[in-house]
Design a protein around this ligand. Structure first.
Ligand code: SAM
Length: 276
């Protein structure tokens, strides 16, 4: 990685270290089971039933190749490879997340069909054009400040007929106070966009919009369940994370749940298709 990429990686790590530091321990897995219903190794607002619905829009099958941008610890991408038979490439800027993802793929016997790499996805991506049948980016598009450039880059990488699916959990649909904005954007770069902006950029990038759906309810539910699951294990988590990181996470989840429940900061899923 060059020095610009490194500085972005450090920025992302400030918050995400707390998420990925002990990701594959039994304690964190238990918290995910309680928060999400099923632990698929996610670090987002994605639940297994939601991913199944997303998969019905992606038309993935053996022989096809998916790129998962900002894949985190790889659980969602590995589950897709296992369910559809496709191959997956996951990229994320967090080194520990990528190493957890590599181990998970091997553990699940998917080492040949799942590859994970440390890449700063805010930059031009190290793949040639028309190399993927689908691209996903779950709850991470908000970390890239230049959305038109990022979506144009994804369009470049897709095969004609290929699908792009991303969720944007930082869509403004109501008023936010300055402290809510500060807490909700405490993990590196954050781009808050008005509803409608993503659809415009998708179409400006030459992609045909197929689905635009409000999936805020999942975010409100998971944030609250995750906060509660962590709160019931406070002592153990304080030992691992330290007081400051633990309190920061709890405040983040509390605010994320409240602004979502009240419909002020929303999460949308967009699916689009490369038509030419
Ligand atoms: C909310 S997590 C979502 C992870 C994953 N998509 C999932 O569903 O579990 C956001 C992810 O974005 C990654 N990220 C942040 N900035 C990034 C960047 N510039 N390039 C690549 N990944 C980045 C973080 O490391 C983190 O893993």
């Amino acid at each position: 990685m060059d020095s610009t990429t490194k500085s972005k990686a450090v920025e992302a790590s400030i918050y995400y270290d707390a998420n990925y530091g002990s990701f594959d321990t039994e304690l964190y897995s238990e918290i995910r089971r309680e928060a999400f219903g099923e632990d698929i190794g996610q670090n987002s607002w994605l639940t297994a039933d939601e991913q199944d619905r997303f998969l019905s829009w992606l038309e993935l099958s053996p022989g096809k190749v998916l790129l998962d941008v900002a894949c985190g610890a790889g659980g969602p991408a590995v589950r897709i490879a296992a369910k559809t038979g496709c191959s997956v490439v996951g990229i994320d800027v967090h080194e520990q997340a990528v190493s957890t993802a590599c181990s998970l793929a091997i553990q699940r016997g998917l080492g040949r069909r799942a590859e994970f790499r440390v890449v700063d996805a805010a930059q031009q991506l190290p793949f040639s054009e028309n190399s993927f049948d689908a691209i996903t980016c779950i709850d991470a598009v908000n970390h890239f400040s230049d959305r038109p450039r990022v979506i144009a880059e994804w369009a470049r990488l897709l095969n004609v007929g290929g699908r792009l699916l991303f969720t944007d959990p930082i869509t403004l649909t109501g008023p936010l106070t300055n402290s809510e904005v500060a807490v909700r954007s405490s993990a590196g770069v954050y781009l808050f966009v008005p509803h409608g902006y993503d659809e415009r950029v998708i179409s400006q990038c030459g992609l045909q919009l197929l689905v635009s759906e409000d999936v805020t309810a999942n975010m409100a539910k998971v944030a609250e369940a995750r906060r509660a699951a962590r709160a019931s294990r406070t002592a153990a988590l304080r030992d691992i994370e330290g007081d400051q990181a633990y309190d920061g996470q709890q405040e983040f989840l509390d605010v994320a749940a409240r602004v979502a429940r009240e419909g002020r900061l929303s999460r949308f899923v967009y699916v689009s298709k490369k038509v030419s």
